[in-house]
Design a protein around this ligand. Structure first.
Ligand SMILES: *Cc1c(COP(=O)(O)O)cnc(C)c1O
Length: 430
């Protein structure tokens, strides 16, 4: 069929790049088949090397909340580009971005820009250890915080998809500093802090889990975590690399009214360019060099192009009604999927918050990582290819979130539900 050029590129890629890809999930191992090589994107659409068009629900894994190549971002990039791409010296727009973030996230009194979400979370952890004088970090099974050594324990989608319990190459002595807890298990959390609270530097959490597929926090779970860290003298770190600017203007912390000590941002913050940030209480952030003893640096940190794309994206997101619009789109997709699941008697659950969503196959409800792991991944793979054949590019793993952008139209969503129904009709026949 029509993926000849992608196939040839994949073959070339595998000779020079491990697995042919620069990030594992792009290789489609969980669903089989050969990945499409993408040539360009526009709005809600992707176009592959063979000229085939897809309606995209990956959105670069979250950053593209405005869709592909949005004119305001492209315009800002063009204007910035003419003046040079990097200076290694401070610029006015970095200050502006820090101010814009602070308006949306009152907990972020000061922040530092980095180049990825991985860097943001590993730097936040170092800072938390310095601030608390302790070493142990609590992370939750299935939450992903980038690929730094101490955070790769039970780290969700990428590793789960490849069925790796953890990564090779992480010294056991590093991993021993990480305590893995159960997301949404408040009782277990209380026990853990009662036993080991005095050694815990920080707990880091995706406030809405997105990296085992979407799993919202159980009522009271995040506030219990906030209380326990505070009571035991540890820090609370919200990893809002996905949820920041997506689930609300001020991220999940606005939605759940919780004020973490530190927050990690990325993805939408860079509007499709490499940018991350970590920030929080000024007294903690001032421990960073050159003010304090915690070293952290980056040649391209606060890169002018990435900052310009981020500012343009946040500017678009400050238009009135955008979050209501994203909510309405998410709701339409969820309800469309749920209707089809019922109509064809297919066991499944649609987990959604705002414009992030996962369709889990196999169970009527998924509230924990354990329940997510029991999903029917074989059926998911058939679903993925069923949609792909109908021109819809869904995330290639059961354990990922799908993302909607402002560029997805009502007609796009209807077309997606119709494609899903076509697939479901065949699937139900067996
Ligand atoms: C994507 C992601 C990261 C890592 O960000 P990169 O830019 O890929 O390094 C960290 N935390 C969460 C919650 C993420 O979804």
């Amino acid at each position: 069929m029509a993926s000849k050029k992608s196939g040839a590129l994949y073959e070339r890629a595998r000779k020079k790049i491990p697995g042919g890809v620069n990030s594992p999930v792009r290789a489609w191992r969980a669903v089989g088949g050969e990945p499409r090589f993408i040539e360009r994107g526009g709005g809600s659409r992707l176009y592959d090397a063979d000229g085939k068009e897809y309606l995209d629900y990956v959105c670069s894994w979250g950053p593209l909340i405005l869709g592909h190549a949005p004119p305001p971002v492209i315009g800002a990039l063009k204007r910035t580009l003419e003046g040079g791409t990097s200076f290694g010296a401070p610029t006015a727009r970095e200050v502006e971005l820090a101010e814009r973030v602070g308006e949306r996230f009152p907990s972020i009194e000061k922040l530092r820009l980095v180049s990825s979400g991985t860097e943001a979370s590993m730097s936040a952890i170092r800072l938390a250890r310095a601030a608390s004088g302790r070493t142990k970090i609590v992370k939750f099974d299935g939450c992903y915080h980038g690929h730094s050594d101490g955070l790769l324990a039970r780290a969700g989608s990428g590793v789960a998809t490849l069925a790796l319990p953890d990564s090779a190459g992480v010294p056991p002595s590093f991993a021993a500093e990480t305590i893995v807890a159960e997301f949404n298990d408040t009782v277990g959390l209380e026990r853990l802090f009662a036993e080991r609270g005095g050694s815990i530097a920080a707990a880091i959490v995706e406030p809405i889990c997105g990296n085992m597929g979407v799993i919202p926090p159980a009522p009271g779970f995040l506030s219990a975590l906030s209380d326990l860290t505070a009571r035991h003298g540890g820090l609370l770190i919200f990893d809002e690399v996905i949820t920041g600017f997506r689930v609300a203007r001020g991220g999940a912390q606005e939605l759940f009214n919780i004020r973490p000590d530190l927050t990690c941002l990325g993805k939408i913050l860079g509007g499709g360019l490499p940018l991350g940030a970590f920030g929080g209480k000024a007294a903690i952030m001032d421990l960073l060099a050159p003010e304090g003893p915690v070293y952290q640096a980056g040649t391209l940190s606060g890169n002018p192009l990435a900052v310009a794309a981020g500012l343009a994206t946040l500017e678009e997101l400050s238009r009135p009604g955008v979050y209501e619009e994203l909510e309405a789109k998410g709701k339409a997709l969820q309800e469309g999927f749920e209707t089809v699941l019922r109509r064809y008697n297919i066991a499944g659950a649609v987990n959604r918050r705002a414009s992030m969503l996962t369709l889990f196959f196999g169970a009527a409800a998924v509230r924990s990582v354990e329940e997510a792991r029991r999903s029917d991944t074989a059926r998911f793979a058939r679903f993925f290819h069923g949609l792909l054949d109908r021109g819809i590019y869904w995330p290639p793993s059961q354990f990922e979130a799908a993302f909607l952008s402002l560029s997805h139209s009502a007609a796009d969503i209807e077309a997606t539900v119709a494609a899903f129904e076509e697939w479901a009709r065949e699937e139900a026949k067996g």
